[in-house]
Design a protein around this ligand. Structure first.
Ligand code: ARG
Length: 562
């Protein structure tokens, strides 16, 4: 039951009859009553009538029988108090797997682009947020009945592969699985060789794979060979990508992230589509040559100097870059995959990139009416010093090391990893947050362990309780608060999914756990017998189900005991 929506519905009807047309009922949770609406105030302004008079008329017309009582308060607020019987019946009814939440009436096909790490590098903390937020959204949207196509836009193509593959060839081709060793070290070694090579540029006639010429020159030839489809080079590349995919899949497994190998669609996949991206843009007259490159200048984008900002489709060296690939991917997702919604979970620094890509795609007709594209941006993870989170040595933190530390600090993987995920999901995704072990692992406060603990406590009640739950009877105010909280699940899920803001579900679950703690502290269960005991067991059961479902939608595991 979506209490908020039900009340809003009934109130809408009354507001409409007073206004003579539809009015947004803006029903909100409130300190002053269970819910409150300020709609009569706004309506009174519009009608030029005294607000209390309008509010009183709306209250008189509202049909809330069997659901709630309504009062006018202050200048003309409408206060709604839900009937205890309606609350109790609502909680009783929360006994199916979906807690009464129906799948959406109009499911969409959503391509959800998240994680997107870069090959030959280990997953860095920078990709952590995309992975965690993206996976929570994937679970949530799928559970609501949408068709979610996960797209892991792996950085598996481009100029860095020249140096990586050439280094790999120097090492003997990476024939056996572990010869590439630690990928971060491998990447660094290749980079170092590249940067330290001071030999003059390549002699004419040099060939990829031949040891004449310096490393830099050979690396450049390697890129050309890769792009030209040279088979030995392709074989090296495939081996490198496979190895990287394995390390990413390991990390996803540890993190409990639902991405599978089939969801990897790297940048390389779109390479064959790039020439037609270029030609379609050209046919539409959108391409403009600029300093040797081919660009689109979407309307409304200017650099700091006020000059129009180009989206570079083909670079001056003839190569295609990140933007061109994103245009191809977008077109593919709409045209071939038939997506009606495109979501990109990528950090805030890429805001302009995505705005430009979407704008160019719209001009090109690749985002027809009814198809939406949205950049789900998020802020950074900071260290205690307020700067980007790094190791003490100043290096990027690898995810593997982070997860090891989490498990070591907590008593189990579920708690350690749950704490990291919860900390990432609990705040508004757009904000930066400080990575703080002590805070995220605390057993009180807005933390993963606190929610897991509330759940474990409920499991332990049921291990001890011999009797069955029974119909809910509300006697104590803490029971009433808990019942109200339980009936807020559906609204929270819709708020989180609708705004692509997992923190709306996280903070709902936290409020629920707080309401449960209050109930548990003032309402004995196991010491009682009879209908109150049965009722309280039902309240505990519904809380447990809601925490379990809610946390599973966020991708957080629940230990049975803590
Ligand atoms: N590999 C990119 C990076 O590390 C992220 C990819 C995001 N997705 C996309 N379609 N551009 O910044």
């Amino acid at each position: 039951m979506n209490l908020e929506a039900l009340l809003a519905d009934r109130l809408s009807a009354a507001l409409a009859s007073v206004a003579g047309g539809p009015v947004d009922p803006v029903v909100r949770q409130s300190q002053h009553a269970d819910f409150q609406s300020g709609a009569a105030l706004a309506l009174a302004r519009r009608l030029g009538r005294p607000p209390r008079e309008v509010a009183t008329e709306v209250a008189a017309k509202a049909d809330l029988a069997g659901l709630a009582t309504i009062d006018v308060s202050g200048p003309g607020f409408l206060n709604l108090t839900v009937d205890d019987a309606a609350l109790a019946a609502g909680v009783d009814a929360l006994d199916d797997d979906r807690l009464g939440v129906p799948p959406v009436a109009a499911p969409e096909r959503i391509v959800l682009d998240y994680s997107g790490p870069n090959a030959a590098k280990e997953l860095q903390i920078g990709h952590l947020r995309s992975t965690i937020i993206g996976d929570a959204l994937a679970r949530l949207l799928e559970w609501l009945g949408h068709e979610v196509i996960r797209a892991n836009h792996l950085g598996d193509w481009g100029t860095p592969f020249g140096m990586l593959l050439e280094h790999m060839a120097d090492l003997g081709g990476g024939e056996n699985e572990h010869s590439l060793g630690d990928l971060t070290d491998f990447y660094r070694a290749a980079r170092r060789k590249f940067d330290e090579d001071t030999q003059p540029s390549v002699r004419s006639g040099a060939v990829a794979g031949r040891s004449d010429g310096g490393f830099k020159a050979r690396a450049r030839l390697r890129v050309v060979a890769l792009q030209a489809g040279d088979e030995p080079t392709r074989a090296l590349w495939r081996r490198l990508i496979e190895q990287t995919e394995r390390t990413f899949l390991d990390a996803y497994g540890r993190l409990g992230v639902t991405l599978t190998r089939g969801d990897f669609v790297g940048e390389s996949f779109y390479q064959e589509q790039l020439s037609s991206v270029l030609s379609e843009l050209d046919e539409q007259g959108l391409l403009v040559p600029s300093e040797g490159a081919l660009c689109v200048f979407p309307a409304g984008f200017a650099g700091r100097d006020g000059e129009p900002l180009p989206l570079i489709v083909r670079k001056s060296d003839g190569g295609f870059g990140y933007a061109a690939t994103d245009l191809a991917a977008l077109r593919h997702r709409v045209r071939t995959l038939g997506a009606t919604r495109l979501l990109y979970v990528v950090g805030a620094p890429q805001r302009t990139h995505f705005r430009m890509v979407f704008e160019v795609a719209r001009s090109a007709g690749w985002l027809p009416a009814g198809v939406t594209a949205e950049h789900i941006e998020f802020g950074s993870i900071l260290g205690a010093d307020g700067k980007m989170f790094r190791t003490r040595a100043g290096d990027n933190v690898t995810l593997g090391a982070l997860l090891d530390e989490a498990v070591e600090r907590a008593s189990s993987p579920a708690i350690g990893i749950g704490a990291i995920k919860y900390a990432d999901l609990a705040g508004d995704r757009r904000s930066d947050y400080v990575f703080d072990w002590d805070r995220m692992l605390a057993s009180t406060g807005d933390t993963g362990p606190y929610l897991q603990y509330a759940y474990a406590r409920i499991r332990s009640i049921f291990r001890k309780a011999g009797a069955e739950p029974g119909p809910v009877v509300l006697a104590h105010p803490a029971e009433r608060r808990l019942a109200l909280a339980l009936l807020g699940f559906e609204a929270a899920v819709h708020a989180a999914a609708g705004r692509r803001e997992p923190h709306r579900l996280a903070s709902y679950l936290h409020d629920l756990a707080v309401a449960f703690t209050g109930f548990y502290e003032s309402c004995p269960i196991l010491r009682l017998a009879g209908p109150y005991r049965a009722s309280r067991l039902t309240l505990a059961d519904r809380t447990g189900r809601t925490l379990a479902l809610g946390l599973s939608l966020l991708g957080i595991d629940l230990p049975e005991e803590m």
